[in-house]
Write a protein that binds this ligand. Structure first.
Ligand code: PLP
Length: 598
């Protein structure tokens, strides 16, 4: 075991009755690989780093870890543990109610501003170190977690503790037991699925949100939470150059859903109610919906939850001739055929940036069809919609004017941390009519000239309670400004282009779809047209590459071909990481290339 110790002492005075001084020390131990924990499956995990937070010691004797100024301090504060005085004497065993050095210790409170200050600093340091270590010591963080299923049950106790445990111990467990079981979505060498984009602003927004913890289900329940959401979604709509009818100043407006899945569900429900009001309550079995076979699985789930019959979900076939975009002609034919059979078409889900290959459905012709039949068109732009704040990508949502609803996931590619899924609707009343509830306990009188002007977001979503997510989005927009956000996105697209160029220059590989954004779909090219063998080789290649722990890429299937996906979007990724990823892929592909020559 090779350990490096970094001692970073900090001093901070505390206004606590029994402690004039508190010194937070923390010891960061970058440990090389494994530690001997008495557990078989845990021993197979890597321990990337271990952090110890010093409020003196576990037993309160005051032998501190690397204290710089000579006080053997127990700070006597964290979770009521390790209580001591400034000379380092303490019994370290007080669970909030006992006596320390003759003084009555306050009963533990769930929220205590000084404890929050103390532990909050520790937690921020812990997270900042996590990001730093992801960059500086990538060998300690296999991007794809290498643990086996069930590893955690073996190393955690069977039941919750009766008494408080110190934060120090908890973070120690996070380092040693949780982090090895993480797939590091924030690693600069993470290229799988679509990213979960984070930023300092997004993190701070989450922090403020968690701290304030208001619940803005109605305007009254927290007016600022509602009003900021209305304003911030108008701002974002303008950055995306959405048509005016999506703004709150018209009949439409925006709402932040938790996820894209929730967004498509609420609009399916709104569209279903709208059509059933027109054609009658007993028409459910005749309602049909349309999307391409590339549409995210959440669409099917939303339809099933909405009572749409599975056999009435039309997933129109796509292929390479449209780069996997939905062919308008197929849509037109399907609608005509369904109408002829007595079905009632009511919903089209178009996608800009499909999950498999970032394909783009042609919104303009699809929207025209939707409009002519009076069908609700939803645009799922969960990933790629974010890029449309850049003028050069905006063309991909041309035609959104004819959509009834539009959704992006700001947690995917707008640096807004999980979760934040803005949804805009053309007619907010269709949403409200479908989802409105008015229990007496939420009734209130608001003195506004027009009652209609008050937004009650509980009626725009499934759940009643809701987080103050607009705070985070507002902070992201303000702390970076639109131009920086555009440049973050452009950087990712350029990195994807760099990767695409590398692939294109190697005759053993091929790029399989036209790249529009930051996703490259590629594969080892088939040998002598043998597609089955090619699929097997690509399967083996991705498994080998991911098992190195150095990078993580994911896969999909297009027209029966096993395709590798390389998606850029992690905030720490730089060109060197992309180049290195390509070298790793090439290196592990030599086996197949060698076979090719034979
Ligand atoms: N739509 C698309 C195109 C997606 O790529 C995804 C997720 O990757 C979703 C919807 C679902 O989003 P969420 O995970 O926020 O529910």
């Amino acid at each position: 075991l090779i350990c490096y110790y970094y001692l970073i002492p900090q001093s901070r005075p505390l206004n606590h009755a029994s402690n004039k001084f508190s010194i937070i020390t923390y010891t960061l131990i970058l440990s090389q690989k494994k530690k001997n924990i008495n557990n078989q499956s845990y021993n197979s995990c890597q321990i990337p780093f271990e952090m110890e937070y010093g409020n003196s010691t576990e037993n309160g004797i005051g032998k501190s870890n690397g204290i710089s100024n000579g006080y053997g301090i127990g700070n006597g504060y964290v979770n009521g543990h390790g209580i001591g005085n400034e000379h380092g004497n303490g019994n370290g065993d007080v669970y909030g109610n006992g006596k320390v050095n003759g003084e009555k210790v306050k009963k533990m409170k769930p929220m205590d501003s000084e404890m929050l200050r103390e532990q909050g600093h520790i937690m921020v340091d812990f997270i900042a170190d996590y990001y730093k270590n992801l960059e500086d010591s990538p060998q300690d963080f296999p991007v794809l977690s290498q643990v086996q299923p069930g590893y955690l049950r073996d190393i955690l106790p069977d039941s919750a503790p009766d008494h408080p445990e110190p934060l120090k111990e908890l973070l120690h467990d996070v380092s040693k037991k949780i982090i090895p079981g993480l797939t590091h979505w924030q690693s600069p060498s993470y290229f799988a699925y679509y990213a979960s984009s984070t930023s300092v602003a997004g993190f701070l927004g989450e922090m403020l949100n968690a701290g304030l913890s208001v619940v803005g289900f109605t305007w009254l329940a927290s007016p600022a939470a509602t009003e900021l959401e209305v304003i911030v979604l108008d701002w974002l709509a303008k950055l995306l150059q959405l048509p005016d009818h999506f703004l709150s100043t018209g009949n439409g407006g925006g709402v932040i859903q938790g996820t894209g899945c929730e967004a498509v569900l609420v609009v399916v429900l709104a569209a279903r109610d709208r059509i059933m009001k027109k054609v009658g309550k007993n028409s459910l079995s005749q309602l049909v919906v349309y999307a391409s076979d590339q549409t995210h699985s959440s669409f099917r789930k939303a339809c099933l939850i909405g009572g749409i019959h599975e056999e009435n979900i039309r997933l129109l076939k796509t292929d390479s001739s449209t780069n996997y975009g939905m062919p308008p002609k197929s849509l037109e034919e399907a609608i005509s055929s369904d109408l002829a059979k007595g079905f009632i078409p009511f919903f089209i889900c178009a996608t800009v940036g499909t999950t498999s290959s970032a394909a783009v459905d042609p919104l303009f012709p699809l929207g025209k069809i939707a409009e002519s039949y009076g069908i609700w068109m939803h645009v799922d732009a969960a990933y790629a919609g974010n890029a449309c704040i850049c003028p050069e990508f905006r063309e991909h949502i041309d035609g959104v004017e004819n959509a009834d609803s539009f959704n992006i996931n700001a947690h995917k590619w707008l640096f807004a941390n999980q979760t934040c899924s803005p949804l805009w609707v053309k007619d907010r009343y269709s949403l409200i009519n479908a989802l409105k509830t008015n229990p007496e306990y939420l009734e209130y009188k608001v003195k506004v000239s027009k009652r209609e002007e008050v937004v009650n977001y509980k009626d725009w979503q499934i759940s009643l309670s809701r987080r103050f997510r607009s705070l985070k989005l507002w902070m992201v927009l303000r702390l970076y400004g639109a131009e920086n956000l555009r440049n973050f996105i452009r950087d990712h697209v350029n990195l994807a282009k760099h990767f695409e160029d590398c692939v294109a220059q190697d005759a053993h590989f091929e790029v399989v779809t036209t790249r529009y954004f930051s996703l490259v779909c590629f594969r080892l090219a088939p040998i002598d047209g043998d597609e089955d063998k090619c699929n097997d080789q690509n399967r083996e290649l991705i498994a080998t590459v991911n098992s190195t722990g150095k990078i993580f890429i994911s896969h999909t299937a297009l027209s029966g071909k096993f395709i590798l996906r390389f998606a850029v979007g992690a905030p720490l990724t730089e060109e060197k990481h992309v180049t290195e990823a390509w070298q790793i892929i090439q290196k592990h592909a030599t086996k197949f290339i060698h076979n090719k020559k034979n």
